[in-house]
Design a protein around this ligand. Structure first.
Ligand code: ZN
Ligand code: ZN
Ligand code: ZN
Ligand code: ZN
Ligand code: ZN
Length: 342
């Protein structure tokens, strides 16, 4: 879409919005008028209603409201599909994901969490909100954009690389670190914990960041010293960590309060999965404990990404690269569409 097309689109949306607001006001006025009328007023038949000068306006307002509701829901759904790998943030009893380096909060819930009340229009959403000390303003989609965006210059890891151990983009501006890669499914599934696949690019070093949580450890009876699973304590009702489930890697490791399993988070949260049968994550409410013959060196639990010399080098040279980062980072979510690791 060209710049002028974008502006035209925006103008069209603004005009629609204004038109809706006007018809809502007219409707409100009409309602007040009706309320003031004496109770003895004769009942109006459906036919008479059609000759009511306000009727057409009311119908138009309702049609417009229905259209806008549909647009809002479409947008929320698109966000849900686009960001399965981002953990949800709760603000004003609604859920968002932080994207565009924190400059945008994309709406992912269609109802208020406290009351279960469905959103019916953009008007249900506050005009502004505050998150992390920043002020955000509502857009015509229902997302919020930061008022004076301040992008952090923190390096972002390439999600392709994290999920698979490879990235085909030669000009990829994101960090490719061998310590920031999902664990090989063979190591997780094979009884001998050995991957026989030649040139397998996945990580073969289980760590607190890439290994699923140990089910036995939750009940305090994992006695396997070489357990490949992460000995991470989790609340029974903890939600699935989207970063872990979809990317195969969570930067918080054992400090993450969410559950680290390869289960579908959408099914758990929404009661349905936007990916349907093409979803590679487990569609079940309970996971069976995995086989526990293991090879892990427990020291791996304490490996942090910062320890990697490659990463230190990248961070040192960050001043030269920061320009690329600024201009291309907004493409992260577009470029890194959902790719399943296992
Ligand atoms: Zn990359
Ligand atoms: Zn492998
Ligand atoms: Zn264990
Ligand atoms: Zn996590
Ligand atoms: Zn799913």
């Amino acid at each position: 879409m060209s710049e002028s097309e974008k502006l035209e689109e925006r103008l069209r949306l603004l005009e629609n919005d204004l038109r809706l607001q006007k018809s809502r006001l007219v409707e409100k006025l009409a309602r007040k008028h009706v309320q003031k009328a004496p109770k003895t007023a004769p009942k109006r038949t459906a036919n008479a209603l059609k000759h009511d000068p306000d009727f057409a306006i009311k119908v138009r307002a309702l049609t417009q409201a229905a259209k806008l509701k549909k647009r809002l829901y479409k947008h929320i759904y698109a966000n849900q599909v686009k960001f399965p790998y981002k953990n949800r943030i709760r603000i004003n009893n609604l859920e968002f994901v932080s994207t565009n380096k924190g400059a945008t909060l994309a709406l992912v819930s269609s109802k208020f969490l406290d009351s279960n009340k469905q959103l019916t229009s953009l008007d249900d959403l506050k005009t502004t909100l505050t998150y992390n000390g920043h002020r955000y303003i509502k857009t015509l989609d229902g997302d919020y954009i930061m008022q004076n965006p301040q992008y952090s210059d923190e390096k972002q890891f390439c999600l392709y690389y994290t999920r698979s151990g490879t990235c085909s983009n030669k000009n990829c501006p994101f960090v490719h670190s061998p310590t920031h890669v999902a664990l090989c499914p063979n190591v997780i599934q094979n009884k001998d914990r050995i991957c026989k696949k030649p040139n397998c690019q996945f990580s073969h070093t289980p760590s607190q960041y890439n290994a699923p949580s140990c089910k036995f450890f939750q009940s305090r009876n994992c006695t396997n010293e070489n357990c490949v699973f992460s000995h991470k304590s989790e609340n029974k009702d903890a939600r699935i960590c989207r970063e872990f489930a979809v990317n195969g890697y969570c930067d918080k490791g054992r400090a993450c309060e969410l559950a680290h399993y390869f289960e579908c988070p959408d099914l758990q949260e929404l009661g349905f999965c936007p990916r349907g049968s093409s979803c590679k994550l487990a569609h079940k409410t309970k996971v069976q404990p995995m086989n526990h013959k293991a090879i892990r060196n427990i020291d791996n639990d304490n490996v942090t990404q910062k320890d990697h010399p490659l990463l230190a080098a990248i961070q040192e040279s960050s001043s030269e690269e920061s320009d690329i980062e600024q201009t291309q980072t907004s493409d992260l979510d577009m470029n890194h569409d959902y790719v399943q690791i296992a």
